[in-house]
Design a protein around this ligand. Structure first.
Ligand code: HEM
Length: 489
């Protein structure tokens, strides 16, 4: 019976897809070299990751822009085009409906998923809150508490093998939940079962991202209407998240929110609508969790291959903070220019968000002459940009934090459209400073206490394999051997 229902479902999907393709999407097949390689997957014979193939194509394109006709996607690594999309003609390149429909059930009307007035309202409110000194101190305290009470004790257990990627995911989920909701899911307590919120959250992010991989949105829409398979699972995961979020909001109303510092309490003094509050906070959880974990994972992968960089970070810390002394306030962090340069350099080569798309609202022409029809997806590609000589020079493939330092050793961020790791222009990441603080504090605490070695050291020309998804994730995790090098600080 179940088999018959499933067969019927797939026949229905196929017929609807045919109809959809004939009536709405005239470009089912394209014989150009790039589209053929995409459709036949022949690129995968030469490249481990789709992003490496796109990088190869973008490097060889004179304008640093390519077109995947079958996807109606224009991909660019040209900083002038990026400035045009994200700043000059910002209003013509919104996130657009295709993106917001895919993530709509999970993110609702949260900042990550809306354009126009709703986005402006949340952005203004959030940037006011995040810019306050009291918020920065609150974040610094949360990060340090999680490091001292959980991360360091976990790594201090005698000579052990750990998947650092998993550890960083748990760490950043604890931090972002504490910051956003004022709750502690204790994910880094490996002895406790993974929190229900973290599990439901993982599943909902994964299944929402998978919607985008269907040949047509009709597939997941029909599955959702019939409550089948992955859509049934997604619905359940979202119900669990909603229940937990509503419970936290109700509790906070009972206990009072005026004296609490978390983001939810700050928003509760302005907004009454429970669902809207839930949506706002869930966007922050999504934005701040996997991105930081991904950034830390590639940073430690690179550090394990560059002991000279580890030594230089330690020397700078000893000079500014003092040998065997701990960082006491986040103002001291501002003087650690080499550390900041290292974090920037690591994300130049391994951006947590490898590419990001917008949709062209009305016909337009990019500065490099690329013609865009209304409704075209336009993607900027920070991963490819980090590997382009015309942007970063002949040594672009080398891990060199020094490239970010001026002659006097002071960090200089340069043109943001050459480095759109946190996006740039009007929709620049609101958690950028928090993310940098988190990554720098963790790096400093770990490399001054532990010797961290990859379990299987990679050959010099070996590169990570990534899982498909919204954020860069190493497909095999990051198994490392951790040894104490000194009891303190
Ligand atoms: C290394 C870590 C991070 C990276 C690389 C990163 C990168 C980005 C990028 C590329 C966007 C633009 C996404 C888009 O519009 O499609 C973005 C937006 C955003 N990020 Fe981050 N992010 C990081 C950490 C964080 C953290 C920790 C928070 C939370 C405090 C956060 C909060 C946000 C928010 C709220 C937005 C939406 C901004 C808007 O639409 O106006 N991010 N981030």
């Amino acid at each position: 019976m179940e088999l018959q229902a499933s067969l019927f479902f797939w026949i229905l999907i196929f017929l609807l897809y045919l109809l959809f393709s004939l009536l709405i999407k005239p470009k089912l097949w394209c014989n150009c070299e790039i589209c053929s390689a995409y459709l036949t997957l022949s690129w995968s014979k030469q490249f481990n990751n789709l992003c490496d193939w796109y990088t190869h194509l973008l490097k060889n394109s004179p304008s640093k822009t390519i077109h995947i006709h079958v996807l109606r996607n224009t991909i660019t690594a040209n900083p002038e085009n990026i400035e045009y999309m994200l700043k000059t003609k910002f209003h013509n390149f919104p996130k657009g409906k295709p993106f917001s429909i895919i993530l709509g059930d999970f993110l609702g009307r949260g900042i990550f998923n809306v354009d126009g007035d709703s986005w402006k309202f949340q952005k203004n409110m959030a940037s006011m809150e995040l810019g306050k000194t009291s918020t920065c101190c609150y974040v610094f305290d949360i990060i340090n508490c999680e490091i001292k009470t959980r991360l360091v004790p976990l790594l201090s257990k005698q000579d052990q093998v750990l998947d650092l990627q998993d550890v960083f995911k748990r760490f950043s989920f604890d931090v972002i939940c504490w910051f956003s909701f004022g709750i502690d899911p204790s994910c880094l307590e490996l002895s406790l079962p993974m929190s229900k919120l973290a599990m439901a959250f993982d599943l909902a992010s994964k299944l929402s991202a998978e919607r985008a991989m269907n040949v047509s949105p009709l597939v997941w829409k029909i599955k959702r209407a019939l409550n089948l398979g992955s859509e049934k699972e997604l619905k359940r995961a979202i119900e669990r998240i909603n229940l937990l979020a509503k419970e936290v909001i109700r509790q906070r109303r009972k206990t009072g929110f005026l004296n609490s510092n978390d983001l939810l309490s700050r928003f509760m003094s302005i907004i009454n609508d429970e669902t809207y509050l839930r949506d706002i906070i869930i966007s922050f959880l999504l934005a701040g969790r996997d991105t930081v974990a991904s950034g830390l994972t590639s940073l430690f992968w690179l550090l394990s291959k560059h002991s000279n960089v580890v030594s230089a970070i330690k020397q700078e810390a000893d000079r500014i903070i003092g040998e065997n002394k701990e960082l006491t306030c986040f103002d001291q962090m501002k003087e650690l220019h080499y550390l900041q340069a290292t974090v920037y350099e690591s994300m130049r080569l391994y951006p947590p968000i490898q590419f990001d798309s917008k949709f062209c609202q009305n016909d337009d022409v990019l500065p490099d002459g690329s013609v865009l029809k209304k409704g075209t997806r336009v993607t900027y590609h920070p991963y490819a940009m980090g590997r382009i000589e015309e942007i970063w020079g002949e040594d672009c493939l080398e891990f060199k934090p020094e490239r970010w330092l001026k002659h006097d050793g002071v960090f200089s961020p340069g043109n943001p459209f050459k480095y759109p790791i946190f996006q740039a222009g009007f929709r620049v990441c609101l958690g950028k400073e928090m993310a940098l603080l988190e990554m720098k504090t963790v790096t400093l605490s770990l490399i001054r206490r532990f010797r961290i070695q990859l379990l299987t050291p990679p050959s010099p020309d070996q590169h990570p394999r990534f899982l498909p998804g919204l954020t860069a994730t190493f497909s095999d995790g990051l198994p490392v051997l951790v040894r104490n090098i000194q009891p303190q600080p």
